[in-house]
Design a protein around this ligand. Structure first.
Ligand code: C2R
Length: 191
């Protein structure tokens, strides 16, 4: 079984924000707190980009009524995007997508109950026509956070600027990588 390292100190600003200084634009939902080590990567991206978000545990299996209440009301609270992560028979993102007009990003989580991760991937990815869930890769919560930021950025110039800067930082990483690769010597390496 995977060893979890939960970093609950990642979000020092969260309590300050929670006193209702601002409304959440992104809602991060997970099927269980056992998904937090993965799902906190989405939270970290949003935190870095200064996008207000909330985090809740909800389960289509264990708390169906609460999922219904949450999904039906999220847009009226100002939430713009929902990120939903779950492992195993992961019905949570699809059920939320069925109940909300908001875009839903699904994160398949390789949980302790997963056979090999495909159970979660396929149950999130293979939605019937009409109820899309934008599915990222297995344990791809970081990408889910980035995608949520990009969706928010389409309507918010300051977030747009931050996303552009973030993309620029990725480019720098590859420039650096190539500088390092240039130093690698082989007899037949010609660059
Ligand atoms: P526990 O660790 O709480 O037993 O949960 C969770 O996302 C987690 O990965 C084990 C796994 O069960 C998943 N779970 C779902 C749903 N609810 C919980 N897939 C759901 O409603 O889809």
């Amino acid at each position: 079984m995977r060893k979890y390292k939960i970093n609950l100190t990642l979000f020092p600003d969260l309590n300050k924000r929670n006193n209702k200084l601002m409304d959440a634009k992104v809602s991060i939902i997970m099927g269980s707190t056992s998904d937090l080590p993965i799902m906190q990567e989405a939270a970290q991206v949003l935190n870095d980009l200064k996008i207000p978000f909330e985090i809740h545990a909800l389960s289509a299996h264990r708390t169906p009524q609460q999922v219904m209440d949450f999904a039906r009301k999220a847009h009226s609270r100002g939430v713009k995007v929902i990120i939903a992560g779950a492992g195993g028979a992961a019905h949570l993102p699809g059920v939320i997508a069925a109940l909300t007009p908001l875009p839903v990003i699904g994160v398949p989580v390789k949980a302790s109950i997963s056979i090999d991760g495909w159970d979660s991937i396929l149950s999130i990815l293979q939605m019937p026509p009409g109820i899309p869930v934008a599915t990222v890769g297995l344990d791809g919560a970081r990408n889910a956070g980035i995608l949520a930021a990009q969706i928010i950025a389409t309507g918010e110039p300051d977030v747009f600027e931050k996303v552009v800067a973030f993309k620029g930082s990725l480019e720098k990483k590859i420039v650096q990588a190539n500088e390092e690769l240039a130093k690698v010597k082989f007899e037949y390496k010609v660059n």
